[in-house]
Design a protein around this ligand. Sequence first.
Ligand SMILES: O=C(O)CCC(=O)C(=O)O
Ligand SMILES: [Fe+2]
Length: 340
Amino acid sequence: LRRLISRGTLARVALAQRLGIPPSAATQRQHGIDCACYYTENLFVRSPVEGHFCFEGRTAFERRERPLLESLSFEARDELLSRLEAEAARRRGIVPAAAARKARVAAEYSPLRPELWTLCERWLHRDFVDLVEQARAGELRAPPQLAPGIYTLPVFSELFCRLLTEELAHFGASGLPVGQPNSMNRHGALLDELGLSAGLLDPLLSDWLRPLCAALPPLAAAGGASIDHHKAFVVAYRLGEDESLSMHVDNAEVTLNVNLGGGFEQGELLFYGRTAHPLAHHDWHDGGGVGHGVLHLGAQAHAALPITSGERLNLVIWMRSRARRREAGCPMCGQTDRLL
Ligand SMILES: O=C(O)CCC(=O)C(=O)O
Ligand SMILES: [Fe+2]
């Protein structure tokens, strides 16, 4: 058994070496980097051109993207290459950097509301509790859908949203470091780094969200019945910082996105099908308000329109399934042979 385990580790380290990624990425699974494509594909840049790019290094990129590079000025070309290099370096270093920030927060942060670190029913919306109880009993009356497989539902209590928002402001004032939520959103917080996984998010996933996803056929069929890990973060939109989010798919089998409030205008979520025309549109104000959210397939393309005033805070959970990935491949690249 020991030999098999170490052979597995060695194989992962060898894979990491072949792909030119840090060996720690092959052996540390808890950070949720599930596929080696993370290091070279879907790198997002906002300027001088906005988009997702593959980047295996300057030379390969210059060869493959010659027409694009030739259409840019010398300065813009240099800016694009530097930004891609910086993003690739951020991704290569993300596992140790996140672990170091998490350790520092654990040692130095004094929470305003320590009770937030433990899940209790007070944090959940009463109608969400009912919904999950129906799902557990096999009697779910499915929540309304914006389009097939895009559900709107109450999730958290207003109390939870207010306390978490206050906690995040308190954390921001502490001056402790926090990683950016994901490669597209630059402002907010990675909740695992605050130590919120073990007592709050892990049980939310296993005891509440998994039974619910398992009872909703479009989500269950896409891995929702076997979700077993997550990446959870708060995204913050403010004028002059991140104001909107361009179209993308999530590195998730199923995504939960909940309005934490903030007093903003606009900022609606758009969902796309096979055309550039949105197939559904979610207005956070009409959608039930604070504590209410959207549950959708990670593969459903979506975007967020700009806010026009105030601040918008949303709690997003990218829910992932190892079993589904082993079977159907990484949701970003579709391959199984680069899974870590
Ligand atoms: O701004 C939003 O509400 C959407 C965020 C989102 O799509 C994401 O973080 O994956
Ligand atoms: Fe998203």
